[in-house]
Design a protein around this ligand. Structure first.
Ligand SMILES: Cc1cc2nc3c(=O)[nH]c(=O)nc-3n(C[C@H](O)[C@H](O)[C@H](O)COP(=O)(O)OP(=O)(O)OC[C@H]3O[C@@H](n4cnc5c(N)ncnc54)[C@H](O)[C@@H]3O)c2cc1C
Length: 510
């Protein structure tokens, strides 16, 4: 039988995708393009979009130029600006879902609470409340920045005013004339503080560490540019390449040209902020890149405003009326906004995942999450993650990484069908070899240069970031190396391995 005939004859795997963000959508499209139609995207919310649906705070936008922050296979010519808002990206993703016919594959309002690999049947069994689903392959695209993190400050419940997290923006609250406290000065705060400072009476920012903020060269596309992109789509690809290599250059700059980043950021600050005390507070004490370098044209003018205060005295507790500082002073506030980011190191959120021999994924990760190329975990057959451990970037677009992963996983699904396998399971030694290298890369990188960041666990292990050029990731994930995988042949009707005649669990233990 030829390979093509074998593929034709073998049953097509059923695939469950978790999450309808950029990752889940990309996975669905890649599967469809490879001819797999038996898949469902389970999404806990009532709409698609992930990050770009959840984050609606004023000023929320993407800081990667849009030619690099859209799918390489679905580039559009009519964007208004170089850096786009979250709402524009949400609308783009809705269009992509329609264009690629993903709507019938969506199961919205379906939060997966539990996933268990049934060894006998060779299937993943997923639970959502009292509903159950099964699939041969389970791909989780639950995002690294999805579960809002609140600061561990006593008294949060005591505050009598309004309070909310930046990812759950309270659009009903009228900021006009109010005194707003902002806790956290990371990527989200950099975007919403300039917006709210225009309306609020006063903004007090409680800052633990300052951010390196570079100018963001925002601009509108001229009509002729859009027309050119429309008639000559390869020009969009060319632009994408340019932005891609600029991103890769940033990685080099973190290590070889950090002084240049510092100079540019300080110059941008001094152009607007003239008060030396404020300048000192807003100057970071760590290397650029250790935490994400941020891009904004509005941050420094906002910091120069008289109604914006930067408070570096540590917070002692939240009180009924505001915030008490370690020096005993209390600041009365009308509302508190938590710009404190996300729980990033507990991948997959509260979902329980059980693999071969009843192995619990959270236990397997007791030292910190890890996965082979951020996707597979040994002992969890046919289970893959998108934007999983060590695949976040500080210098380029996450969409690039997600496309590499969706291609790789599609190839693994094809292999299942070609060889009529029950499952593929990455070998423990392959995962270890890979992870040792990734950890060594991280230890030698700017991420380990001495700051606290969302890239690391409490013990200081970098579980979130890819510490290398992204073309290396692309190169290594172009094709899976099947020698790095264990596999099991299909089972007969009695749950026996068709090759050995033994029950699946015995075969797996061997
Ligand atoms: C404010 C903000 C700005 C950002 N800016 C940039 C940027 O400029 N450049 C960049 O490259 N990246 C940026 N990121 C990172 C961004 O998250 C990724 O680029 C990308 O959106 C990740 O897509 P995803 O599909 O992996 O995850 P998400 O977009 O988080 O989507 C995950 C989806 O899974 C669903 N889900 C989660 N758990 C379950 C469950 N148990 N059952 C069912 N559904 C579930 C969620 O509801 C969600 O829809 C930003 C993130 C944030 C929060």
């Amino acid at each position: 039988m030829s390979v093509a005939e074998k593929i034709e004859a073998a049953p097509a795997p059923r695939i469950a995708i978790l999450g309808a963000g950029v990752a889940g959508i990309c996975m669905g499209i890649k599967l469809k393009q490879a001819g797999f139609n038996d898949f469902t995207i389970y999404e806990k919310a009532g709409e698609i979009g992930g990050t770009w649906r959840e984050n609606t705070y004023p000023g929320c936008s993407c800081d990667v130029p849009l030619h690099m922050y859209q799918f390489s296979f679905a580039m559009e010519p009519d964007w208004e600006k170089k850096y786009v808002r979250s709402t524009d990206l949400k609308t783009y993703l809705e269009r992509v879902v329609d264009e690629f016919g993903l709507r019938p594959h969506l199961s919205l309002n379906t939060e997966i609470d539990e996933a268990r690999f049934d060894e006998r049947a060779g299937l993943w069994r997923l639970k959502s409340g009292d509903r159950e689903f099964e699939a041969n392959v389970f791909v989780a695209g639950s995002g690294q920045l999805h579960h809002p993190l609140y600061p561990n400050i006593p008294g949060r419940e005591d505050f009598k005013g309004e309070s909310w997290h930046s990812a759950k923006w309270n659009h009903d609250y009228d900021l006009a004339g109010k005194h707003i406290g902002v806790i956290g000065t990371g990527a989200s705060a950099i975007q919403f503080v300039p917006e709210i400072a225009r309306t609020a009476g006063k903004v007090s920012m409680f800052q633990r560490s300052a951010a390196w903020v570079l100018p963001r060269p925002q601009r509108e596309f001229a009509g002729w540019e859009k027309a050119l992109y429309r008639v000559m789509p390869p020009l969009m690809k060319l632009q994408r390449w340019k932005v891609y290599w600029q991103g890769e250059l940033l990685w080099l700059t973190f290590h070889k040209g950090a002084e240049k980043i510092k100079e540019a950021a300080i110059e941008a600050m001094k152009e607007h902020v003239t008060d030396p005390e404020k300048q000192a507070k807003l100057t970071p004490d760590y290397e650029p890149g250790c935490k994400r370098v941020l891009f904004s044209d509005e941050w420094w003018p906002a910091m120069a405003r008289d109604n914006v205060d930067v408070i570096t005295e540590p917070v002692e507790r939240i009180t009924e009326n505001g915030i008490r500082l370690k020096d005993g002073s209390e600041i009365t506030l009308d509302a508190i906004v938590y710009g404190t980011g996300f729980d990033t190191t507990h991948f997959l959120g509260p979902m329980k995942v059980t693999g071969l021999g009843g192995r619990d994924l959270k236990e397997a990760w007791h030292d910190g999450a890890q996965a082979h190329y951020g996707m597979g975990v040994s002992g969890f057959p046919n289970f893959y993650m998108l934007y999983g451990p060590n695949t976040n970037l500080g210098h380029n677009s996450i969409i690039f990484m997600i496309e590499c992963q969706a291609n790789y996983i599609t190839r693994l699904v094809e292999k299942l069908q070609e060889d009529d396998l029950v499952y593929l399971d990455v070998k423990a030694e392959a995962q270890k070899r890979y992870n040792d290298r990734v950890q060594a890369d991280n230890e030698n990188s700017v991420f380990a240069s001495g700051c606290t960041s969302w890239y690391k666990t409490e013990s200081g292990r970098v579980t979130n970031n890819w510490a290398n050029y992204t073309f290396r990731y692309w190169w290594e994930t172009r094709h899976p190396d099947f020698a790095e995988y264990n596999s099991r042949a299909r089972l007969d009707a009695g749950g026996r391995n068709v090759e050995t005649g033994k029950p699946a669990s015995i075969a797996a233990a061997e």
